[in-house]
Ligand binder design. Sequence first.
Ligand code: HEC
Ligand code: HEC
Length: 374
Amino acid sequence: MIQFKKTILGASALVVAFATAVWAEGEIPALATLPTPKSPADNPLTPEKVALGEKLYWDGRLSGNGSMPCSSCHLPDVGWGTGAPISFGYPGTQHWRNSQTILNSAYYNKFFWEGSATSLESQAPDAAGGGVAGNGDDAMMEMRLRFVPDYVRDFKQVFGTEWPNIAQAWMAIAAYERTIVTDATKVPFDRYLAGDAAAMSDEAKRGMDLFNGKAGCISCHNGALVSDQKFYNIGVPTAPEFADDPLYQITQRWELYQKGVSEEVYRESGKDLGLYFRTKRPEDKYKFRTPSLRELRWTEPFMHNGVLATLPDVVAFYNAGGGEGQTAGLQPLGLSDAEQAELVAFLEALSMDEPLLLDEPELPETATWSEFDK
Ligand code: HEC
Ligand code: HEC
């Protein structure tokens, strides 16, 4: 379970300042082992629902042209993302953000880089329907499912309805995602917390002390998820694609339009405005959700636009005090090369020893109308 207790002994002034700013009582949730994810009361987890959700996750029928299942941009062997700085988009488009891993997405209370979805159940239709993602039409996708006898049988068994319904498909996918989580027995840090002192190297242990102390990471990356799920502008540089890829620029402009940004801001901004899209408050420009720091070994590259390729790059970025224009109160950290390497070793110790790999399930066949009449 998530533990709430004072974690920082001998913390630097920087961390204390953060602690009071971010956590009113000056308390920061300690790093901890993840609990089993919770499911909403109206979408309980059953093995049959998870098995159905797994198939749907891999099934291109849940996209416009049949070629863009969830798995196409969240592939197990590239950390359940795409592995590229910026995700590719629906054919004919270019996405504009880094594809987030769905590993441990079960633990967030807000989804996407700016937190615009509030449950996995409501995130999935946004993904399958989004113009630069799945670009599917709900009624068409639902009709496709109704023409698959195996799905008709599975949906009936899981949801008790005569025909598959598209909202049920999202519920099944959400249930499946709640099973794509870290196995604590495979994570050096969690084994260490469970009492195996040798599970982490001395270098990683020193990195953990830096994380909790001098480097100040714990003020935002905390609790079992290693994220406070809040939003900050840490000054991540603009993606290079912004300057030279017309398809990227089209998406960027289209997103600003879609998200109701005013003409004035639209013209001024060459950057992803992040949380501002939701709140339209100037102080929220360029703020993004603090990501979990679990499984980073398998989820390169990093940040909302993937501009930082490796963990040493990320640590060097923070060591320099974050990026230009940051408003998160980051300061240069003054870490030596050895200390930076220790911090990287600790970040790696928050990942499983092996990536979570799963095989593509076999997908059921589509039938004709006459086959249903039999
Ligand atoms: C074209 C590629 C693409 C497809 C197809 C796609 N996604 Fe994504 N996904 C992304 C990108 C890129 C993001 C980050 C988008 C953002 O923040 O605006 C994302 C974000 C997410 C997140 C949020 C994770 C978090 O930490 O908040 C979840 C969950 C997710 N996708 C699940 C799905 C599911 C389920 C499907 C299928 C219904 C799907 N995706 C289809 C590219 C894709
Ligand atoms: C003020 C809050 C804050 C502090 C302090 C902070 N981070 Fe972050 N971190 C964030 C936010 C917000 C992002 C996402 C920024 C973006 O994409 O624009 C992020 C992103 C990251 C990522 C990328 C993860 C991914 O999946 O893309 C890593 C790695 C990371 N931080 C490590 C650290 C380390 C190591 C420290 C300490 C040296 C640290 N952070 C300190 C808020 C913080």
